[in-house]
Ligand binder design. Sequence first.
Ligand SMILES: Nc1ncnc2c1ncn2[C@@H]1O[C@H](COP(=O)(O)OP(=O)(O)OP(=O)(O)O)[C@@H](O)[C@H]1O
Ligand SMILES: [Mg+2]
Length: 210
Amino acid sequence: MQALIFTGIQASGKTTFYRERLFETHIRISLDMLHTRNRERILLRACLEAKQPFVIDNTNVLAADRARYIVPAKEAGFRVTGYYFLTELHEALRRNSRRMDKKAIPVKGMIGTFKRMQPPTLAEGYDEIYSVRLGYQNNFEVEPWLPGGFMEKAQLPITCPICGRKSNFRVKELTEGATLACPFCKVKLTLHGHMWEDVRRELQRATEDR
Ligand SMILES: Nc1ncnc2c1ncn2[C@@H]1O[C@H](COP(=O)(O)OP(=O)(O)OP(=O)(O)O)[C@@H](O)[C@H]1O
Ligand SMILES: [Mg+2]
């Protein structure tokens, strides 16, 4: 039995992903539909008791939001999988302003959710965590997510495209659009385009090697 717990800001693609991939197999539990925590609790309990696979389709940005599902699901013998929806804020804002399915969320609210985000970690009790990104052709790219402990400490060697020397950077610093300084030639590198794609591939390789 699978319990899938989504984490992602508004308009990061959670409900679309559910519709595309999980509609036939998993019950969707979402505050957008249920409106109250009481109804949510009743439906969650029913799924756990019936051993029915389900998805929690809320923003779930805090570890405390997720604990209310992870703990009882583990107790009921479910395999708990996290899906972390990664999106650039500006892209989510753009999708949000164009959405037809529901009213656009105020920009301030979305920025607030983005800032409060606590990425999921295995320490919360997940059996596994995947990241989900919207790809170039609006396809979903699902990859194993780098667990928190690894993210905190890990370093990755990056080759400077100017002087060709390698130096270590903290994985935490390696995000799309980040600026890195080469300690040898002092050039400032911005992670976008090809440079970002290369780094992203290295990060992916590092997770798979663990
Ligand atoms: N793969 C995709 N291709 C094209 N458009 C997409 C895709 N995923 C999401 N969108 C669009 O982005 C908008 C938001 O997507 P969605 O409703 O899935 O987000 P959400 O994470 O469920 O948001 P919320 O937390 O507010 O419910 C929708 O208008 C949707 O059509
Ligand atoms: Mg949704």
